[in-house]
Design a protein around this ligand. Structure first.
Ligand code: HEC
Length: 257
């Protein structure tokens, strides 16, 4: 709505000019173009508002905690790693485990099951410890078909990429390294050499746990029991390529080719 004074003004100017009421009204009332420009400018200015608020928030600091709509226990008194604390004499918030204690479930006393070898002082050299690998499997594992199948599956995931599904060392990673002509590439050992066939079960287990020479360790990724399952499968795999005739029943032997 236009105010009355404007209207009066309108009328006086309208009569004095020849162009008529319509045109004179447009002259004093702002034209639609003006309002469009005005709205656009206003919109442009307002559109910067969120950006400037965000910018301010990003670069200014505050002692007040952030606004959290969902608390999720995030805002509670706590110490972050490596933080300091006035409570303790040494000023460290992180405490050292009490000497001589082992956290629950972390005792790994069984050498055979957890390590695959035992350490004993060398009879020749005092103070020098030597590892003796266990030949067989620990009592914690029962070797049956499902255990070996588990090992087969794990072998397929963790070992076959390098050693190949058949264990001859022609895994896809190896083939790719050849393709790239990697000069520093050490080929994965075949599982069907006399050396590996004669390795104690504990030695194979330890190879998985800690790696060997150029092979990386898989102890962090493969749980203890699965490592033994892989060893069990390795034995089956080796047998598949190296079965003695004595394994074949006598009456079946003539059918062998
Ligand atoms: C990233 C590739 C890679 C993967 C994955 C890998 N290996 Fe190996 N492995 C190697 C290489 C390379 C060697 C030879 C290392 C050397 O001679 O320096 C080797 C050597 C070995 C040997 C021979 C060790 C000896 O006694 O001389 C065994 C056994 C073995 N690997 C078992 C495994 C098993 C079991 C797995 C799965 C848990 C596995 N490897 C996964 C690369 C791999």
């Amino acid at each position: 709505m236009s105010n009355p004074s404007n209207n009066k003004h309108d009328n006086t100017t309208g009569t004095s000019e020849t162009s008529g009421g319509k045109a004179s009204g447009g002259g004093t009332l702002k034209s639609p173009l003006f309002w469009i420009a005005f709205a656009l400018t206003l919109g442009a200015v307002i559109s910067w508002l969120p950006l400037s608020i965000i910018a301010k928030r990003r670069f200014s600091t505050s002692n007040k905690p952030r606004i959290r709509i969902f608390q999720d226990m995030a805002a509670q008194p706590k110490y972050r790693p490596q933080a300091t604390s006035p409570i303790f004499a040494d000023g460290r918030a992180m405490r050292v485990p009490v000497t001589g204690t082992v956290s629950f479930g972390d005792v790994q006393e069984d050498d055979h099951y957890y390590r695959g070898y035992k350490l004993a002082e060398s009879p020749q050299q005092q103070g020098k410890f030597e590892a003796t690998y266990f030949k067989g499997f620990p009592q914690q594992v029962t070797i049956d078909e499902s255990f070996i199948r588990r090992g087969q599956e794990r072998f397929g995931i963790y070992c076959a990429p390098c050693h190949g599904v058949d264990g001859y060392g022609q895994g896809t990673i190896h083939l790719r390294a050849l393709e790239l002509q990697q000069t520093t590439w050490v080929p994965p050992t075949s599982m069907h050499t006399d050396t590996v066939r004669q390795r104690e079960a504990g030695h194979l287990y330890n190879t998985i746990t800690h790696g060997i020479r150029n092979m990386p360790a898989y102890g962090k990724q493969i749980p203890v029991k699965d490592r033994w399952a892989i060893v069990a499968y390795l034995r089956a795999l080796q047998l598949s390529q190296n079965a003695p005739v004595s394994n074949v029943p006598v009456d079946k032997r003539p059918t062998l080719r």
